[in-house]
Design a protein around this ligand. Sequence first.
Ligand SMILES: Cc1cc2nc3c(=O)[nH]c(=O)nc-3n(C[C@H](O)[C@H](O)[C@H](O)COP(=O)(O)O)c2cc1C
Length: 136
Amino acid sequence: MFFQLVYCSKANQHFTSADLLALLEQSKDYNASKNITGLLLYKDKSFIQLLEGDKKEILDLYREIEKDTRHRQVTRLIEKETDERHFPQWSMGFQHLDEDSDKVQGYSSFMKDTTLLTPERAGEVSELLDFFKLNS
Ligand SMILES: Cc1cc2nc3c(=O)[nH]c(=O)nc-3n(C[C@H](O)[C@H](O)[C@H](O)COP(=O)(O)O)c2cc1C
């Protein structure tokens, strides 16, 4: 079994593609060493990240991420055990969403304002992540 955790947060500064790449470079080795995979979405100073792997490793990493001063309002949306990984190929895939992402169903109510995201809307978050899985 794998443990899957999805959270959202607000960036404390604008992240350029270069900033995101640097963050992912920093994350990739750690995640690979802990057998953690996932996806990071960024748009308009909002993040959604899916992390999957061993439960203890995911919770340890999440505690570190929560403390990171580059973002705030880190809010858990989904926590569940799964049989298979959603993004087995990515130690941390990422999408820096541009305006085209308006095509993504449900986008406008989501990442423009992550304060709208609550655990009750986990189903919609799953759909958004599925979209990226199908289009990756
Ligand atoms: C939105 C966001 C997502 C992050 N995702 C990861 C990640 O998947 N893996 C990782 O090792 N660090 C990630 N980090 C970085 C961690 O918060 C932290 O900087 C990292 O664990 C290194 O900590 P250290 O500098 O104290 O060693 C992320 C940070 C942010 C702001």
